[in-house]
Design a binder for this molecule. Structure first.
Ligand code: 1HN
Length: 349
């Protein structure tokens, strides 16, 4: 901002600041350089959570509390730079949820929107707005805001998925509402697979009008998304920084699948030596297949399937791989784009 930076705190000025503080006033010039920074400054830190550690802590938690008593048996992935805030980045939340065989996570709804990215499931399911979907490894499942949702596990193995929510955004706006249904599971009124048949076959019902800001597709199955990347790898369209990176869309308008959270799946081929890239949307990544390295400013992250790592806003990021690798990621990019705030930059200047 000002080329001179913050004005000196002379004794007379300090006395003035102290005098106005009890009157709920603050001198802008004394704080301006801290709130209007020349580029993004964040307490959010680059960090990785190893799946094995989170998974074993969740199994410990399963001996302490049922999914029903907990309402949701989740370990929050709390950014070490944002302790006590339940945030993974300044604007988003991440957690890993576990449902044991036979358990249910009871029906409730809230104004926060959620995504699920399935990490392990032999027979997990979730129900949203009267429709049930099976959850399989790599599926991206949406819970739009204010829709009733409950989860269950009809297999004989624990199931795990990554939850991504816009909790800090809703908190910032003081717009949180939540309620329980009073029953474990909602009534199912729609056949399994209805939403993907209706909205996910490159067709829409004739006369369909957009009713909500969230995609009407409930589950984006991994098999389909992965196949798209596999077919595309034979042609061009490779990005020097991202490899092959596709965003999940709302088929109604081609926008992001969720209004507050942007989601992507990317393929990094064996031997990828990515170009440096930075953007204003702090991003949560989860390994899906293969392994690789992410260089995030000064931090080197070695990631494997199901590990979660976070890249803060405006931190230079570079990917390297020794084998084919797939990453799922999410960020607040849809919000920043709507507000004209999103910026990115390629190269290491
Ligand atoms: C929630 O409803 C779920 O439905 C998961 O699975 C995580 C974190 C905070 C608030 C609500 C779920 C949540 C959550």
């Amino acid at each position: 901002m000002s080329p001179t930076g913050k004005p000196d705190d002379t004794p007379a000025r300090k006395a003035f600041y102290d005098a106005i503080e009890p009157e709920s006033m603050r001198a802008l010039w004394s704080v301006m350089s801290g709130i209007i920074t020349p580029e993004p400054k964040s307490d959010c830190l680059a960090f990785k959570w190893s799946y094995d550690s989170v998974r074993s802590r969740l199994l410990e938690a399963a001996d302490l509390i049922t999914a029903k008593e907990a309402e949701r048996r989740v370990l929050i992935l709390e950014n070490p730079g944002l302790k006590g805030t339940s945030k993974v980045t300044t604007s988003l939340y991440a957690g890993i949820q576990c449902v044991m065989p036979g358990e249910v996570a009871p029906a409730h709804r809230h104004t926060q929107s959620a995504l699920r990215f399935v990490l392990e499931s032999a027979g997990g399911f979730t129900a949203v707005g009267g429709e049930k979907t099976e959850m399989a490894f790599g599926d991206f499942v949406i819970t739009p805001n204010w829709e009733w949702h409950d989860h269950g596990n009809s297999s004989d193995a624990p199931i795990f998925w990554l939850d991504g929510l816009d909790i800090p955004v809703v908190q910032f706006l003081d717009a949180s509402f939540a309620e329980g249904l009073g029953e474990d599971q909602q009534q199912i009124t729609t056949p399994i697979g209805d939403s993907i048949a209706r909205y996910g076959a490159n067709m829409l019902p004739l006369g369909y009008e957009k009713a909500a800001p969230t995609s009407p597709i409930f589950n984006y199955p991994y098999a389909r998304s992965r196949e798209a990347l596999e077919v595309m790898r034979r042609s061009d369209g490779w990005d020097p920084a991202h490899g092959l990176k596709m965003r999940y869309i709302n088929p109604v308008d081609g926008g992001w699948a969720m209004p507050t959270i942007g989601t992507c799946l990317q393929l990094l081929p064996k031997g990828f030596d990515g170009a440096p890239y930075k953007s204003t949307d702090a991003t949560v990544y989860v390994g899906v297949e293969g392994s690789g390295r992410a260089y995030i400013r000064d931090l080197r992250v070695d990631w494997e399937p199901r590990d979660v790592f976070v890249v803060p806003s405006w931190h230079e990021l570079r990917f390297e791989t020794d084998e084919d690798a797939v990453l799922f990621s999410y960020s607040d990019r849809p919000i920043q784009e709507k507000l004209g705030l999103f910026r990115d930059h390629r190269g290491n200047q």
